[in-house]
Ligand binder design. Sequence first.
Ligand SMILES: Cc1cc2nc3c(=O)[nH]c(=O)nc-3n(C[C@H](O)[C@H](O)[C@H](O)COP(=O)(O)OP(=O)(O)OC[C@H]3O[C@@H](n4cnc5c(N)ncnc54)[C@H](O)[C@@H]3O)c2cc1C
Length: 303
Amino acid sequence: MVIVAEELAQRLRVRMRGTVLAEARLDRYTTFRIGGPATLLATPLDREDLKVALAFARAEGLPVHVLGGGSNTLVRDGGLRGMAIHLNALQTLDRRGEMVETAAGVRVSRLLAFCCRHGLAGLEVLSGIPGTLGGAVWGNAGAWGGSVADCLASVELVAPTGEECRVLRDAVPFRYRSSGLPAGSVIVQAGFRLAADDAAAIRRRISGYLVRRNASQPVEFRSAGSIFKNPPGDFAGRLVEQVALKGTRIGNAMISAKHGNYIVNMGGARAADVLALAALAQERVRAATGIALELEIRVVGEQ
Ligand SMILES: Cc1cc2nc3c(=O)[nH]c(=O)nc-3n(C[C@H](O)[C@H](O)[C@H](O)COP(=O)(O)OP(=O)(O)OC[C@H]3O[C@@H](n4cnc5c(N)ncnc54)[C@H](O)[C@@H]3O)c2cc1C
């Protein structure tokens, strides 16, 4: 398997300008710090390089998984048979008036710092959300009643075939924690329409959100954020707390004692531990309330 992966990597390396790793450990690319290796991990330098990687994956029949900051992703212990494409080299960030154009690999924290510097308001609710703009748009990340969809103007995509298109906000079928963008398409750029505001006021709002976040969430441990989507009219964390599972441990994974909707890696946890805890919570909550909790994290790879 390792030999096949290395051969594939060498063939892709001569086509791409970015890096290509064979049997690359994906735990290093996720905030959970969990997960087996990917057959190939490609880091394209730009759009054209991305298209080369996508064409290679198609020709070789390799499933593709796009990896942003890996902060909403659980890679199973058996790893990913296929190509993970890491977009952290896509880093352009430009402003034109109150419009900001950001490449998919830009971190949410970097965009917020940029907005503060330029006195542009609208994205403050995203404060403290790790990961990239690509991941945030893909999953319509949000908090405190707001989300990425609120200020998005347009998004640029590359299809698995390499075709590019630009989609305006109103054509993106955003829902709670979902953009509904076509499966397999890669977000390469997002445009936001923001509002001019006093930089100090923006900074104060960001600090306020960060204080609330740090007080209620186990930010000191490795996790992938909320494990479950909030069911309509309720909170997954409250339901898990109600069935007395906070602090429950399987292997080295634990349902946070601070927030019932977080599973944390206490050091060396396996994906199987996390999934067993999630299944336990789903079973207990369903038995007690009839509510089926749906996973918010993206689970990829083989057992
Ligand atoms: C401590 C902590 C707190 C968090 N708090 C919040 C919160 O308040 N609200 C919230 O919504 N989330 C929260 N999260 C979850 C996570 O940070 C967000 O979902 C984030 O937007 C994911 O971005 P990412 O780049 O890390 O995505 P990844 O985990 O890398 O990817 C997530 C999904 O998006 C896809 N994807 C990523 N980039 C692209 C792209 N360019 N094109 C196409 N598909 C792409 C991936 O294939 C995958 O399906 C939290 C996570 C942590 C660890």
